[in-house]
Design a protein around this ligand. Sequence first.
Ligand SMILES: NC(=O)c1ccc[n+]([C@@H]2O[C@H](COP(=O)([O-])OP(=O)(O)OC[C@H]3O[C@@H](n4cnc5c(N)ncnc54)[C@H](OP(=O)(O)O)[C@@H]3O)[C@@H](O)[C@H]2O)c1
Length: 249
Amino acid sequence: MKYTVITGASSGIGYETALAFAARGKNLIIAARRLDKLEELKTTIHNINPELDVILCTVDLSVTEEVYNLYNKLKGYEIETWINNAGLGDSAFVADQNLSKVETLLRVNIESLTILSTLFVRDYAEEEGTQLINVSSALGYAIAVGTITYSASKYYVSSFTEGLAKELELKGAELKAKVLAPAMTETEFAKNATDLDSFNYKENLPMYHTAKQVAGFMMEIYDSNAVVGVVDQNYEFMLRDQIYPIIEG
Ligand SMILES: NC(=O)c1ccc[n+]([C@@H]2O[C@H](COP(=O)([O-])OP(=O)(O)OC[C@H]3O[C@@H](n4cnc5c(N)ncnc54)[C@H](OP(=O)(O)O)[C@@H]3O)[C@@H](O)[C@H]2O)c1
């Protein structure tokens, strides 16, 4: 039995990605804080395919100890694909940003992703057919004023993952590391980033994708040999080789 792990599967891109992998007949390990949302997803997956094994993991990825516990709990499963998708944004100028929220953002977007990527690479680098997909953002390739800390956290995700992809390639490893970099996507993200009760994408944004469309992009990069899948300024999805320059040696 092989499994696909998806963090941040309780809503948005992670939720739709879980459904897309379920449609491919993949067993799933889905992680987030909200158990009720994970249970709802499990029911929806079993309506599509009752044969699939779906493991629920409640975890707060802003707590370092819980990140290690999540990985250790999954030691007994054979994992084929690991997707670090959980993340949060913050819409504020630097001087105005809420540092408590920023600490959480840095822990989830950067620290947990680094720990989970490292442990997965350690165990699976030589396993054929394995993939690590880290969810960055179009703002991991272009700085957005008004949300610089979030943007910089996604620069980290992009450069860490692109560098890891090169490191694995140079070692001749079986594991492939890839970056998915969506642009504005209709999820709970904007509401949480702005600390509003709700956010109307249609009224506030000229262009955006649905979470289902982005899950489709996830499957495109999953099926490809590309290192980066990025949404450009025209909202076109492109598969690319490494974008950041790499210095070898
Ligand atoms: N929406 C966009 O416009 C957009 C654009 C580019 C990139 N992205 C990236 O796409 C990824 C998914 O975001 P989304 O748009 O789908 O937003 P979302 O609907 O808000 O989903 C975020 C997911 O992350 C989980 N999460 C947040 N904090 C967590 C924590 N402390 N511990 C565990 N899980 C946590 C949430 O689950 P719980 O709340 O249940 O814990 C939820 O499942 C993020 O990395 C985001 O940066 C989003």
